[in-house]
Write a protein that binds this ligand. Structure first.
Ligand SMILES: Nc1ncnc2c1ncn2[C@@H]1O[C@H](COP(=O)(O)OP(=O)(O)OP(=O)(O)O)[C@@H](O)[C@H]1O
Ligand SMILES: [Mg+2]
Length: 488
């Protein structure tokens, strides 16, 4: 039925290599190199391990230049601290501070008879400025819009995610002390503390980016920092369709689903695009509705006029003042919401979320961590059980089945691309089991030699359970929308 059976390349050798394993996994076919593999010794059946260029050392000359600049910077930093009036720093304007730094830099360079070209000099002053005012080495990465995530594994290893791929950046901290100083700067700005007795912390950077740090000795090889950069311009539905995250047909279906107030769960692994999807889906909500959002870190950016935003809060250093997502949710129910959007459901707030969905707050949405829709349901069941609710499993399941209408699965695939791999409706209960039907899915058919995934979005041929509701609400979707797509 699908084109993978028509494709001439790679079909037979793949069978030979894995005779019984998984007939549906067409992506296990390795079109390149398999032809020779038949004649070669046994071990060559395995693909050669990829050489990671992430660790590739920079060219020697470049490294030496960097080291020299690093030394000068250290020296200069010391001179700056000696010469700058630190207490006046907070009130100094950017221009004044920059002028001051340039002057001190010029002085020190002349004193040591060091000649730098214009570019080196301006990089140096910028880095010193970042050090004094901003977040040191992190500053350049935070300013780089192509970077999504920044992951620090100790002072000398900073990985970044660009276009869905992790790469090692050439930015480093001087040492662990330097890294700790920057972490401290970030967390103290939000009134938190991180040290041996309190070794991990969540915070939000000034620009809205999500920040997590864990310090030694719990972090064994140096502090671990993870930053999810805040995107001012969130990806909208059109962008996502253009990037191939889902198809136009899926977008039309989702528009109907959101507008007709289905309760939707976006499920996905870490960094798979759940929050982005939730944000994009919310654009289909009518402007006249009152929406309340609850998040751990306010990431959502809703376009509607009538939005109340809440951010839960962890306990402070004395263990007081916690406002949990559940507290926010309970309070939200007293605030006359038309819809409630919970950034992520991960704990006991699941109870109130399901109840809200079941009792007149139709059209509510949330995300959960799960790898497929079926797992998503199990996650919900587990969360209910862990919240200490004594309820027979069947009752929990029927509560879930009547609360949740739709599960949208977001995935980050092995080539780094993020796609909506499934849209699944929950149709009710069959005996003890929650019944579901998949309406759309991403059909993988193979892998290019460059390891890019080949595939297409398709309807499954199953008509939506809600098509009548869509029609009554003015979203009469054509029957052709549910027909499977056959790629050329
Ligand atoms: N379809 C897409 N194409 C390209 N980039 C995307 C796409 N979807 C999401 N991203 C980017 O991927 C990053 C992670 O997305 P997002 O924050 O939505 O993931 P998440 O699943 O909510 O992560 P977490 O589990 O950490 O909360 C963001 O920087 C986002 O801009
Ligand atoms: Mg998220």
């Amino acid at each position: 039925m699908f084109s993978r059976y028509k494709k001439p390349s790679g079909a037979t050798p793949a069978k030979k290599a894995a005779p019984t394993k998984d007939a549906s996994a067409a992506n296990t076919a390795a079109p390149i190199g398999r032809v020779e593999a038949a004649a070669a010794p046994i071990t060559s059946l395995r693909r050669p391990l990829p050489v990671t260029d992430a660790r590739a050392a920079p060219q020697d000359k470049e490294r030496k230049r960097k080291e020299r600049l690093g030394e000068i910077k250290l020296d200069l930093h010391r001179s700056l601290l000696d010469n700058l009036n630190l207490s006046a720093l907070d009130t100094a304007t950017e221009a004044d501070l920059r002028a001051e730094i340039s002057a001190i830099t010029a002085e020190v360079l002349e004193e040591r008879s060091i000649v730098l070209n214009r570019e080196e000099r301006s990089t140096l002053t910028q880095e010193l400025y970042d050090e004094v005012r901003g977040l040191g080495p992190l500053e350049t990465l935070l300013k780089d819009d192509t970077v999504n995530d920044i992951l620090v594994n100790g002072p000398h290893q900073i990985f970044i995610e660009r276009d869905g791929k992790l790469e090692m950046s050439d930015v480093t901290f001087k040492d662990e002390k330097h890294l700790l100083r920057i972490i401290d700067k970030i967390v103290s700005a939000v009134g938190r503390r991180v040290d041996e007795s309190n070794p991990y912390v969540d915070a939000r950077l000034l620009d809205g980016s999500r920040f997590n740090a864990m310090v030694p000795p719990v972090a064994v090889d140096g502090s671990l920092v993870s930053i999810r950069k805040f995107k001012k311009d969130k990806l909208g539905i059109d962008d996502l369709v253009r990037f191939g995250a889902f198809s136009e047909e899926m977008a039309a279906y989702l528009q109907a689903a959101v507008a007709c107030r289905l309760n939707i769960i976006v499920s996905g692994g870490t960094g798979s695009g759940k929050t982005t999807t939730l944000n994009a889906l919310s654009s289909f909500i009518d402007n006249a509705e009152r929406i309340l959002t609850i998040e751990d870190t306010a990431e959502l950016q809703l376009q509607q006029v009538h939005v109340g935003r809440m951010e839960s809060r962890p306990p402070n250093v004395e263990g007081k003042g916690e406002v949990s997502p559940r507290d926010c949710l309970k309070n939200a129910l007293r605030m006359r919401p038309d819809r409630i959007i919970v950034g992520e459901t991960r704990g006991e707030e699941v109870i109130d979320m399901l109840q809200a969905m079941n009792t007149g707050h139709d059209g509510s949405m949330t995300t959960i961590h799960a790898n497929n829709p079926r797992d998503g349901i199990s996650r919900l069941e587990n969360m209910v059980a862990m919240a200490g609710i004594e309820m027979p499993l069947k009752a929990v399941r029927s509560q879930i089945a009547s609360a949740v209408n739709l599960i949208v699965q977001a995935s980050r695939l092995q080539d780094g691309s993020r796609r909506m791999t499934s849209i699944t409706e929950i149709t009710g209960m069959e005996g003890e089991v929650i019944s579901m039907q998949e309406i759309f899915r991403f059909q993988r058919v193979g892998l290019t030699p460059e390891n890019k995934i080949i595939g297409h979005f398709t309807a499954t041929g199953v008509r939506s359970n809600y098509s009548e509701r869509f029609r009554l609400w003015g979203y009469d979707l054509p029957a052709t929308l549910y027909e499977p797509t056959r790629p050329e």
